[in-house]
Ligand binder design. Sequence first.
Ligand code: NAD
Length: 334
Amino acid sequence: MPPPPVTVAVTGAEGFIGSHLVEALVAAGHRVRAMAQYNSFSSYGWLENLAPDVLDSVEVVLGDVRDPGSVHELVAGTEAVYHLAALIAIPYSYRAPHSYVDTNVTGTLNVLEAVRHLEIPRMVHTSTSETYGTARTVPITEDHPINTQSPYAASKAGGDRLADSYHASFGTPVVTLRPFNTFGPRQSMRAVIPTVIGQVAAGERIITLGDLRPTRDFTYVKDTAAAFLAVGTAPAEAVVGRTFNAGTGGEISVGELVGLIGKLMGVELDVTEDVQRIRPANSEVMRLVCDASRLRAATGWAPAHSLERGLEQTIGFFRDPVNLARFKTAIYNI
Ligand SMILES: NC(=O)c1ccc[n+]([C@@H]2O[C@H](COP(=O)([O-])OP(=O)(O)OC[C@H]3O[C@@H](n4cnc5c(N)ncnc54)[C@H](O)[C@@H]3O)[C@@H](O)[C@H]2O)c1
């Protein structure tokens, strides 16, 4: 007889990475209590697109991480909590910084409090490579200084520090995963890869973008989901109380990326610069390259998708007119 399925909670489950993580958790035999942010449309976001046999193992709960009671109910009785809910757009963090603190700092505090008081055995907290700022040394290890160049990065670092403090002060069994840029099907048009692919899929050949110089380490979303699962299920002594980078170690500039996507989609692309998409000079993170050797040593995780293979999957997704119709390719999505 196989062991009974373990129930885990996921915040931000209806989002891009969250929906792929829910699929990975169910494939690994878990039952998932999935928080989608409360909204008046009763929308479950990307969870609505999951296969019926996956959804059989998912209980969707509308709620809000800013509300402690909502978080308490979500996590009660679970064996692990994957906390992904966040406001994530950097440009919007210039406009609405208070909401970033409420969601990313106070929201994380609410999850930590619930995990602490309900004695949940494992919490995975989600950080971001943006907390490092422009690389001072490459590849970036977890010992690289934190340099928060945007309100988004600062709010995520605030959540990270709370997670560290809860482990130090109360022994809360939290592990922090720090993904580098993630891409793939379902990602919103705020990110560069869907912006380029989406515009091409919609018939554009002159692509509107911001700065072409910054370099990033792009990880395919199924590999990022596997990294979450790896730190969520590894023996406690290997991961709890620690922070782990997740990324490929590869590096490509935005300009080179446009060329690669054009090649894979079989089109010649020109780029036009849109000033509203350019970050303030000191806020732009010019270079991010991951050293994930700590994660590999602790869990055996390694990315299984090359950039080209991941881009092909993503292109296939956006070329489907049903999927493309869910995005606004003609506007600047912040
Ligand atoms: N996409 C990347 O490249 C990347 C890289 C590093 C880290 N991350 C982190 O991964 C996590 C998931 O990001 P994503 O790319 O899937 O973005 P996303 O916007 O698709 O997902 C975030 C989800 O959080 C939900 N949410 C926002 N406010 C909430 C609230 N108050 N209560 C409950 N839910 C709320 C949103 O509805 C959304 O579904 C975030 O924590 C983000 O900071 C993302």
